[in-house]
Write a new protein. Structure first.
Length: 308
């Protein structure tokens, strides 16, 4: 997708007794949103990531690529999020410490002139700082909104240049997505963002290794608001409450496609902040939650690209 997430992330998967499900999907890296299904994905997957307590429906790119297990694509074996956390404990995250009553609010597919300013207004009203995952193509179109995020104390992460499915890219294409977005974000944020959120949450082990070598940290989530479905605030709140726990990384959107309605997000956000505070949660930025710096300092290791 060339600019934002589409109305189609991962949805509740119909699983009978944790049986292996055959998921045939078509994932396209077009300019829809990250929830339209990426192309060339028709494999058998296994449900092995109970951490999110939500399973993806057939045709959802994020869960298919991220949380439902191993499969082969372009000759490269994929790992579930649980496996990636185990293999790359300091580089791949879906949550913070479960021992501290802290959570992080994260917003994808920004900036968007329709929704991002309103989300920023709400956060300012309640004196809450969040983490925004920025698309390079959108940053180029609306640089003033990225500068506003920085000015108001929010953290900025790299969400790729134009939202492709990383697992369908060549090594060179993957590197370009990160470095081209990085060039733009460095000038707007004032630093090279260390945090990367892969579109759809989909990333290969080799790509995680490349990120590690180049000083990046991959951050997905463990709580999906499902606001990308253009649902109302009551459903958004119910989705969050059902999986919320200490250390949670909450996924929301402050940008969307032309037909996507994120008014539910705007209506839910004040309720969410009040609910979290009433339950004794401290709302922090991602760097604080996972104890990683917001900026990367390593030079790019351009001699070694992730193999696929």
């Amino acid at each position: 997708m060339v600019g934002m997430h589409p109305p189609g992330r991962y949805k509740r998967l119909l699983v009978s007794s944790l049986a292996v499900c055959l998921i045939t999907t078509t994932l396209c890296s077009c300019s829809l949103f990250p929830h339209t299904v990426p192309a060339k994905l028709a494999q058998t997957v296994r449900l092995d990531d109970a951490a999110t307590r939500a399973a993806a429906p057939a045709g959802d790119a994020r869960e298919v690529n991220g949380q439902l297990g191993k499969r082969k694509q372009h000759g490269n074996e994929q790992m579930s999020w649980i496996e990636l956390q185990r293999h790359y404990p300091g580089t791949f995250f879906t949550q913070g410490s479960r021992t501290k009553r802290k959570v992080a609010l994260t917003f994808d597919d920004v900036p968007d002139p329709r929704y991002t300013p309103k989300v920023l207004d709400i956060l300012a009203k309640y004196k809450v700082r969040a983490t925004f995952f920025v698309l390079g193509s959108k940053a180029a179109a609306y640089p003033h909104l990225v500068k506003r995020m920085r000015r108001e104390g929010h953290m900025i992460g790299n969400h790729s240049y134009d939202h492709p499915v990383f697992t369908s890219l060549s090594a060179h294409q993957f590197g370009q997505q990160i470095t081209e977005a990085d060039k733009l974000l460095r000038s707007l944020a004032g630093y090279s963002p260390r945090l990367i959120r892969p579109p759809y949450g989909a990333i290969t082990p080799n790509q995680v290794e490349w990120a590690r070598r180049n000083g990046y940290t991959i951050v997905n989530w463990d709580v999906d608001s499902e606001d990308w479905r253009s649902i109302n605030s009551s459903l958004i709140m119910a989705n969050i409450k059902s999986t919320l726990q200490p250390g949670s990384i909450i996924l929301q959107h402050a940008g969307g496609g032309a037909t996507q309605d994120l008014s539910g997000t705007l209506n839910a956000l004040p309720q969410l902040i009040k609910m979290l505070q009433a339950k004794g949660y401290e709302i922090v930025t991602l760097p604080e939650l996972i104890n990683r710096p917001v900026a990367r300092t390593k030079p790019f290791n351009i001699k070694r690209r992730p193999s696929q």
